[in-house]
Ligand binder design. Structure first.
Ligand code: PMP
Length: 301
């Protein structure tokens, strides 16, 4: 499938309007993957590993739990390799992603909003034991970070050789762990960005509007030694940045990208010189139903 062949090798761009002669901020634009997010890389890798290890073969069914983007990546790769895919997705996340998963050939099973991702995980495990389908399990699979270590992380260091900081969000933690592991060999400091309400750096857990990042559980495959710092970002700051990135850079990104930029700007404030790299995981278009470009419009104008 031609779409599948387009995964990876996304643009890495200098965000000129947020940089100056001393501190530069670069972003890897993951919305340019065929499924529109960084998680295409994960779907491809998890399925290719399972096929290679003979855990699954053509005609089998894979199962995954996702707020949307991983579901899209899994649907794309499953379809490419002649597999069936079933995605367990809690109600409450942007519906555009659900339509895309279905369009790419997967079956979607919605789980109760109040039970969150944990409820979806339980339902997926039940489905796995009842049907014999293979649960890819991005939240616990050691193959999750590998999806990024040899791909996006390598793509970044192929293009830039003077990086000082990397900023990345944590949902499952795979993106951050994979990139941070690769960058550690060059003495680059990796900093987590988390929404207020996410508790990786402590504090009270509560709901947030930033979609795709935030966790109450430390990912099992993320070594603490890889984390130089954790920066908390408010919903307001992240959504305000989404609009600034659109106006100043002509890029339409998701709210986890707005959060990543905020953390990069926080680092910029505290250093005299340096290069900061971050990842913009997806685009605005899949969050129109969530008013991403009109967030608290009356307050920001
Ligand atoms: N941003 C967005 C928009 C996402 O969908 C995700 C994945 N949930 C992430 C960031 C974080 O990626 P990871 O699961 O690799 O931590």
């Amino acid at each position: 499938m031609v779409g599948f062949d387009l995964i990876g090798n996304t643009p890495l761009v200098l965000l000129k309007s947020f940089s100056n002669k001393d501190v530069q901020i670069y972003a890897k634009l993951e919305q340019f993957n065929p499924g529109g997010s960084i998680k295409d890389r994960l779907g491809k890798h998890l399925i290719e590993v399972a096929l290679k290890e003979n855990t699954i073969r053509e005609g089998d069914t894979v199962v995954e739990v996702s707020a949307g983007n991983t579901g899209i990546g899994v649907a794309l790769a499953a379809n490419h390799y002649g597999l069936n895919s079933v995605i367990f997705a809690p109600i409450g996340f942007a519906e555009e992603k659900i339509s895309i998963i279905k369009a790419l050939g997967a079956k979607v099973i919605r789980t109760e909003q109040g039970l969150g991702m944990e409820g979806a995980k339980i339902a997926a495990r039940e489905f796995e034991s009842k049907t014999g389908a293979f649960y890819l399990n991005q939240f616990e699979s050691k193959h999750n970070p590998e999806a990024y270590k040899d791909t996006i992380a390598q793509e970044i260091t192929d293009k830039l050789d003077d990086i000082d900081y990397f900023v990345g969000g944590v949902g499952s933690g795979g993106t951050f762990a994979g990139i941070a592991e690769h960058l550690a060999q060059f003495d680059i400091e990796s900093v987590i960005v988390e929404p207020e309400g996410s508790t990786l750096s402590g504090g009270q857990a509560h709901a947030h509007d930033i979609e795709g990042i935030g966790s109450e559980l430390w990912p099992s495959f993320l070594h603490e030694t890889l984390v130089a710092d954790i920066i908390k970002v408010s919903d307001d700051a992240a959504f305000k940045n989404v609009k600034l990135i659109a106006k100043q850079e002509g890029l339409l990104v998701g709210s986890s990208s707005g959060a990543a930029l905020q953390a990069a700007l926080d680092i910029k404030k505290h250093i005299n010189k340096g290069v900061i790299v971050t990842v913009f995981p997806d685009g605005s278009d899949r969050y129109m139903s969530k008013q991403i470009l009109n967030y608290k419009e009356n307050e920001y104008g």
